[in-house]
Design a protein around this ligand. Structure first.
Ligand SMILES: [Zn+2]
Length: 298
């Protein structure tokens, strides 16, 4: 496969294809329904809105392309086929609140589960416990959950968004599908709601994904206490939407994307969106030696 799924939004399977939001369309606010990009079983892809446009395809590759591998590991990137005509669930189930509360409670209240999740991310169990307490942006544990009618492996970690559940490694780490939405989607960066409740938060650190956020919280970079004021939020992958920019009005924002081309492109794109709103934009420079970096706390 030429594209890497974790750089895409609204990824789901339809028949033998993977459908997702076209990142090149999304860049300019298009394809909000997330139907344009089709990835075929052979790994080729097409945007339904720009079928013959090579420039558009190149842009998709720039935004979501995978570095070429030349060695033997060529296991297809493709989940096993779903039952045909299975409707893909994107709406929130009526028991969304109960489902997510139970999932957070399982991780909060069971030390074994907590320790297993902590080990997966290489952080302290206490950090996982902290991250289970927010109803609209936390970690949950799902003993059984399915996506589009297809059961995930038992015992999945889920990122709970205010209006969606994103399952980590739904078909195990052996599958290259690193996440899929069990329902809903990201309507704001992960854990923004928690920070948004606190008017004293003056500094946001935006990471490229949930696991980066978990590492920063583990390192105690976040301080949401009234005397503090630094919140970490995660843009799900490099996708960040224009409509999220006003959430950062008047605040200092530090962008902490990955140290690769996609991360650099996302940094430029997000900075441009934030510029009319944020008080100050700081860009974390991965190439600066550690001792020369500005402290992340403002
Ligand atoms: Zn497109």
């Amino acid at each position: 496969m030429k594209l890497t799924l974790d750089r895409l939004e609204k990824v789901r399977t339809r028949g033998t294809k993977i459908i997702a939001r076209c990142p090149a369309c999304a860049e300019t606010g298009g394809d909000r329904t997330g139907d344009n990009l089709a990835i075929f079983a052979d790994g080729n892809f097409a945007c339904a809105a720009y079928q013959q446009d090579r420039g558009h395809s190149r842009r998709i590759l720039q935004l979501a392309g995978k570095k070429e591998r030349h060695h033997a590991d060529s296991r297809p990137d493709f989940p096993p086929p779903m039952r045909r005509h299975t409707p893909v669930q994107t709406a929130l189930p009526p028991d969304f609140a109960d489902l997510t509360r139970a999932a957070r409670w399982r991780a909060y209240n069971n030390q074994e589960t907590q320790a297993a999740i902590a080990a997966e991310f290489g952080v302290r169990a206490e950090t996982i416990r902290i991250l289970t307490t927010c109803s609209s942006g936390g970690i949950g544990f799902f003993p059984s959950i399915s996506i589009g009618g297809r059961p995930c492996l038992p015992g999945r970690i889920g990122y709970i968004y205010p209006a969606g559940i994103k399952i980590r490694h739904p078909w195990g780490p052996g599958s290259r599908v690193r996440f899929a939405w069990a329902c809903g989607s990201a309507t704001e960066p992960w854990r923004h709601t928690l920070a948004g409740w606190r008017s004293w938060v003056r500094h946001y650190i935006i990471t490229e994904g949930e696991s980066d956020l978990i590492a920063l919280v583990d390192a105690k970079i976040e301080d949401l206490s009234p005397g503090g004021g630094t919140a970490v939020v995660a843009s799900p992958g490099t996708s960040f939407r224009e409509e999220w920019a006003p959430l950062f009005t008047g605040r200092t924002v530090t962008l902490l994307m990955d140290a690769d081309d996609a991360g650099a492109a996302a940094t430029r794109r997000i900075a441009a969106m934030l510029r009319p709103h944020a008080a100050q934009i700081r860009i974390f420079n991965h190439t600066t030696p550690y001792h020369e970096r500005h402290a992340l706390h403002s």
